[in-house]
Design a binder for this molecule. Sequence first.
Ligand code: NAP
Length: 343
Amino acid sequence: MKKGCPYGTHRVISPKGVLPQPADVIDNTMEIYDNEVLIDVKTLNVDSASFTEIERRAGGDVEEIKKIMLGIVAKAGKHKNPWTGSGGMLIGTVKEVGPAYVGDLKPGDKIATLVSLSLTPLVIEEILEVRPEIDQVDIKGQAILFQSGIYAKLPEDMEEGLALSALDVAGAPAQTAKLVKPGQTVVVIGGGGKSGLLCLYEAKKRAGVTGKVICVAGSPKSEARAKNLDLADEYIVHDATDAVGMYNKIMELTDGQLADIVINCVNIENTEMASILACKDDGLVYFFSMATSFTKAALGAEGVGKDVNMIIGNGYTKGHAAITLQCLREHEGLRQLFKEMYA
Ligand code: NAP
């Protein structure tokens, strides 16, 4: 059996010398190296920005979505969306563990991989079902987890689909939990979406009774979702591409103070400036959205003379899976909503 690199560089075909995530093509032969884990895949949870783009290109046609997805994997050996660069994650059952793999996985374990599909060697033999409303795709196929790849064993107290959908965005509520301090004012843009709802819950919990959490929703429908669960102190519907309008609304809601922390959970482009303008000087903007442009954020903040700290939404922070699943355990309404919408 061949020896593998912990980061999976042994699977990179082109360009040579890069890691599997930025690579264009990786080797997806399902014969494991000595430190890899082979997974029988059940469901892919395609990243929201990625799925939205595929769906748009397919004109909403499910057969066309399947063709595009199969095409991506056939070309790249992984499901890295060529237009958004993003992936998603998967659930499946461990089939084989390499003898040099260090960890507690064994054949038969049901896991969710917490590393992006944009770097995971994947073979899709057949697409069994596409669920466009929740970005999930059931397949017959296999995937490889590298030694460095993080994962969560699926919890026994919730449905697989429910855990998968929450774990997909696990970085967001966990970062929120770490960033938000008592008494702070927090704005969550895209607050009625999947990651947004979890962030609102964590933000309110951490900001406490002296803090203020503002939900900015993209439509009355997603606003109602957050409102019905009483996840925030204030709710507005506002187009996050309208930066000046956002600034005026947040000024109004904060008595001219603006937010200590702005969390961006939208799935569309051009929302950097609304996030930056909603934040006070020395405040913090957390860009969880994969549609964020580093250039637009950096030059945009400079352009308006805003001294804000900006965090790129690293999908991983320590304990992210545990924090996220705990949100669903603590809030029955949130759990029910996630079950109805995503499970
Ligand atoms: P989601 O459930 O689709 O939520 C996105 C939200 O954005 C929706 O509630 C939508 O509101 C709102 N929105 C869309 N256009 C808007 C606009 N013009 N103004 C204001 N709000 C608008 O998506 P998600 O699963 O939470 O994911 C959110 C983002 O996180 C995506 O970009 C995804 O790619 C990214 N992501 C990042 C990581 C990471 O590791 N950093 C991991 C997973 C996902 P309506 O429903 O009302 O239209």
